[in-house]
Design a binder for this molecule. Structure first.
Ligand SMILES: NC(=O)c1ccc[n+]([C@@H]2O[C@H](COP(=O)([O-])OP(=O)(O)OC[C@H]3O[C@@H](n4cnc5c(N)ncnc54)[C@H](O)[C@@H]3O)[C@@H](O)[C@H]2O)c1
Length: 460
């Protein structure tokens, strides 16, 4: 197997993971040719244009540095499989919406289709790398599919889950906490792993490249997301208790997080986590546990997702209760729609559930966001009482309330006096992200409802 002279890298799937990771590899490894393919022609065209298909700070510069030199985008999946020595598969693995495991299990149809395509078009020994997040033991199924055809071609299936966070993807890829690579404990498996490690070793220190077996690698990705989401749900559960007891969640967070065994990250109370991964990966873990008969383990992790749903509904319930038990006919500014700052991604954004619950109560919504309005429109196509306005000042006019859904830094610098002056009175602000200066807002005249802290109200 010619694993040690890998020079043609292919990535199947040009999404939030495939595009940035391959742009980084191309940038750091000028001795490799890197091609990214996708069945979505519009996405591929956008990667080759001045207007990339995703917003990520620093990504445009990174792509421009190698585009057309050793970074290529194409829709010709089959021809590029034929040329590749190593293939990263970075297709989507959403939650299944049909049949067995619907609502929990990972939908592996895109991944399996890709494996069959690799089998049909590979012309020589090939390393196949799972970049997508997959259930534990997927590599075994893939191996079986890949070895069900032409026996003269040898495939090695490796796991290399991606840990980048949207909004900081370029920074995360430049300085990863770790790169995880899992491979079979066979001589050819280890040789393939060497070839994969050689790519990352161009810029990642050796001690940050963790080698494990395939199953540990697959499971570690699900486990990492479950642990991160669990911290968010843990602090959010306490935010509800704070609101009942006059404890302040920010003080509690600081007190907990300064314990070096716990640490301060991911202890910021909010309206809840979103993004394409946390919920999907936890439910995937829950389904796996259930399928192995580990029902108590499954129930333990499922509660993390339940707590997140509870926090979103609780946020809406508080809005309604504070606004005299009705929002019907009231105009509400939804400030931010992306699931977090510095991305236009809205997948599983808490804003979606909040908007749906508010319109069910017959509120009229104005959604504002610097990057996410096109995606927001796709998320709420059926809602007629929603308009979209990028300019937050225009969006706030005549509103009864502001619901802050995304921690965009620009929202901390808005002229809230100007916003207050243009709103209906009494004016309310519900801060779902806890980044605003609540005392200053109160002094302007707002009735301020933070998460996990006592409200600052002029109405009592
Ligand atoms: N988004 C994140 O922050 C993140 C982080 C770590 C891991 N992941 C994981 O990485 C994987 C990809 O996530 P994403 O956010 O990039 O998804 P995405 O939906 O943005 O991109 C996936 C792409 O794969 C393409 N695709 C699907 N089937 C194909 C096929 N047969 N041939 C060619 N292209 C095909 C789709 O058209 C799409 O453009 C998922 O498993 C996800 O869980 C995502």
């Amino acid at each position: 197997m010619r694993v040690l002279d890998v020079k043609h890298i292919l990535c199947i799937g040009a999404g939030y993971v495939g595009g940035p990771t391959m742009a980084m590899i191309a940038n750091k490894c000028p001795d490799y040719q890197v091609t990214v393919v996708d069945i979505n022609a519009e996405r591929i065209a956008a990667w080759k244009s001045d207007s990339l298909p995703i917003f990520e700070p620093g990504l445009d510069k990174l792509v421009a540095s190698t585009l057309g030199k050793n970074l290529h985008f194409s829709t010709d999946v089959n021809a590029n499989i034929a040329k590749a020595d190593i293939i990263f598969v970075s297709v989507n693995t959403p939650t299944k919406t049909f049949g067995r495991g619907a609502g929990k299990a990972a939908d592996l149809q895109y991944w399996e289709k890709t494996a069959r395509q690799i089998l049909a078009h590979a012309t020589s020994d090939t390393i196949v790398v799972e970049k997508s997040t997959l259930p534990v033991r997927t590599a075994a199924a893939m191996e079986r599919i890949l070895h069900s055809g032409k026996s003269e071609i040898h495939f090695e299936v490796l796991s290399n889950p991606e840990f980048l966070a949207e909004g900081t993807a370029v920074e995360d890829l430049t300085n990863p906490d770790r790169v995880l690579v899992g491979g079979p404990e066979t001589p050819t498996g280890q040789k393939a792993l060497d070839a994969l490690v050689e790519i990352y070793a161009h810029w990642v220190p050796q001690d940050r490249i963790l080698r494990t077996n395939v199953w540990s690698s697959e499971l570690s990705k699900l486990a990492a997301n479950a642990f991160l989401a669990q911290r968010v749900s843990s602090i959010n559960s306490l935010s509800a208790l704070c609101e009942e007891t006059e404890a302040d969640i920010r003080e509690v967070s600081r007190a907990i997080g300064s314990d070096s065994r716990i640490g301060p990250k991911f202890l910021h109370a909010s309206v809840g986590f979103g993004g394409s991964c946390f919920k999907k990966d936890i439910l995937n873990l829950v389904y796996l546990c259930e399928s192995y008969g580990l029902h108590d383990v499954a129930a333990y992790w499922e509660q993390v997702v339940r707590m997140n749903n509870y926090q979103q509904s609780r946020f809406v319930a508080k809005m309604i209760a504070s606004m005299f038990n009705t929002v019907a006919g009231k105009r509400i500014l939804v400030l931010g729609f992306a699931f977090k700052a510095n991305t236009g991604d809205t997948r599983e954004s808490p804003a979606i559930q909040v908007c749906r619950e508010l319109t069910a109560e017959r509120a009229t919504l104005v959604v504002s966001d610097p990057k996410a309005i096109p995606n927001a429109k796709n998320d709420l196509p059926d809602l007629t009482d929603v308009t979209y306005e990028e300019d937050p000042y225009k969006a706030a006019e005549d509103c009864h309330a502001v619901a802050v859904m995304t921690e965009w830094p620009c929202y901390e610098k808005l002229d809230y006096q100007r916003i207050f002056d243009s709103m209906s009175k009494p004016a309310f602000i519900f801060d779902g992200r806890g980044r605003l200066d609540h005392q200053a807002l109160f002094e302007i005249g707002f009735n301020v409802y933070p998460i996990g802290r006592p409200p600052l109200s002029h109405l009592d």
